[in-house]
Design a protein around this ligand. Sequence first.
Ligand code: CO
Length: 133
Amino acid sequence: MLTEIDHVAIAVRDLDAAVEWYATRLGAREVHRERVESDGVEEALLAVAESYVQLLTPIREDSPVARFLERRGEGLHHVGYRVDDVASALAAIRDAGGRVIDEVPRPGSRGTTVAFVHPAAAFGTLIELVQEG
Ligand code: CO
């Protein structure tokens, strides 16, 4: 079902400082920047081979990422896996007894379609399914 790691998402307080750190220490280049109003975040995507590091920062106090930073501090927020078809992947996860956050796929950043799987039933890691287009 999973075809690739799409991105590893890291919650940070200062997006520009984090982008700068990854550029100067790891040579990772920013290839995309986007505000996702529906999630209350601004993200920067850094290219790593065919995958991305996604640095995420909240743009509103009520953003889930703002609550995450308050509770857990900066660090790994979720892992995004590429799939060919988010809707059928969601159905397969539900059929296998998995707990999903999004009952139906929704728009993600850079024109993708996404859905999240609940971390409480996935050994503590928030999982995002990502379909191109
Ligand atoms: Co993501």
